[in-house]
Design a protein around this ligand. Structure first.
Ligand code: NAP
Length: 247
């Protein structure tokens, strides 16, 4: 099998590569620089080298994205990817999206949703997998939110983060199965209040940080309070956020 991963150099990428690796397959990893073992060059923002990168690929796991340049990379880039794939060879294209893109009014989410629509209308054998926040990303967000001794978090927000390795194992299984032609959702094992996630993070990583729940008005906040960031039924990852913090 000839497989290509976009976004292999990101947070999810290394776990995805590990989960997809199998003897006898050819696994190529696309990035803008194309360096490292299995590396091929391809730029979604410009289309540069995309045709060469995608030539012969039977399975594509599309995990590249750029929140700072989403309409160019995630949306127009996905359109460029659709044009560049080898239609005669392609058996399955799996797109990594985010749980809540259809319900949470965030500009990056609007772009991810638009990218999903590009793929669903492409006529290609696709599956969209919406995933909740990776544990490592939750750590980053909390570290950024900290203001000296205070860690403010939006009151009432709920989340169900997932370990990148669990998400990668699920994505690899989906990628090797038949295309679903629809949207699947995947999240971690437990729903938690964001304030509890923050307390667990502070206790494990930043014992001086004091978590303060702050009311946050607006449609985005209401959506997250109402559970828009929680995955719909289906499979779940196993590793909890506490286990991640202990690890
Ligand atoms: N982070 C989360 O918690 C989370 C949760 C759910 C879903 N997701 C989705 O999962 C996917 C992976 O997320 P992540 O957090 O691992 O991403 P990330 O760490 O931000 O990495 C982004 C990846 O996209 C690649 N990329 C950026 N611009 C590109 C371009 N112009 N051409 C080609 N490649 C480009 C980067 O490669 P180079 O810079 O090396 O070229 C990098 O490998 C994304 O689609 C994201 O929306 C993320």
């Amino acid at each position: 099998m000839d497989l290509l991963v976009t976004g292999a150099s990101g947070r999810l990428g290394p776990s995805l590569v590990q989960a997809l690796q199998r003897d006898g397959d050819r696994l190529r990893l696309m990035s803008r620089r194309g360096t490292g073992p299995g590396g091929v060059r391809g730029d979604l923002a410009t289309g540069f080298d995309l045709g060469t990168a995608l030539a012969g690929a039977e399975v594509v796991v599309h995990a590249a994205g750029d929140p700072r340049n989403a309409w160019e990379v995630d949306v127009a880039g996905t359109r460029r990817l659709v044009q560049a794939v080898d239609r005669d060879r392609l058996r399955h294209l799996v797109y990594v999206s985010v749980v809540g893109v259809d319900r949470i009014p965030l500009s990056y989410y609007r772009a991810k949703y638009a990218a999903e629509q590009v793929l669903l209308a492409s006529g290609l054998p696709v599956t969209i997998v919406r995933v909740t926040q990776f544990h490592v990303h939750v750590d980053e967000l909390l570290a950024t939110a900290r203001r000296g001794p205070v860690l403010p978090v939006p009151m009432g927000w709920r989340a169900q983060p997932v370990d990148a390795a669990d998400a990668a194992a699920y994505l690899a299984r989906v990628a090797r199965a038949a295309p679903a032609g629809e949207v699947l959702e995947f999240g971690g094992p437990e729903e938690m209040a964001v304030a509890d996630l923050a307390r667990a993070w502070a206790a494990a990583r930043e014992s001086g940080a004091h978590v303060v729940s702050t009311p946050l008005p607006g449609r985005l906040s209401t959506a997250v309070r109402d559970g828009a960031a929680l995955p719909a039924g289906g499979e779940r990852g196993r590793r909890t956020y506490s286990a991640h913090l202990r690890g």
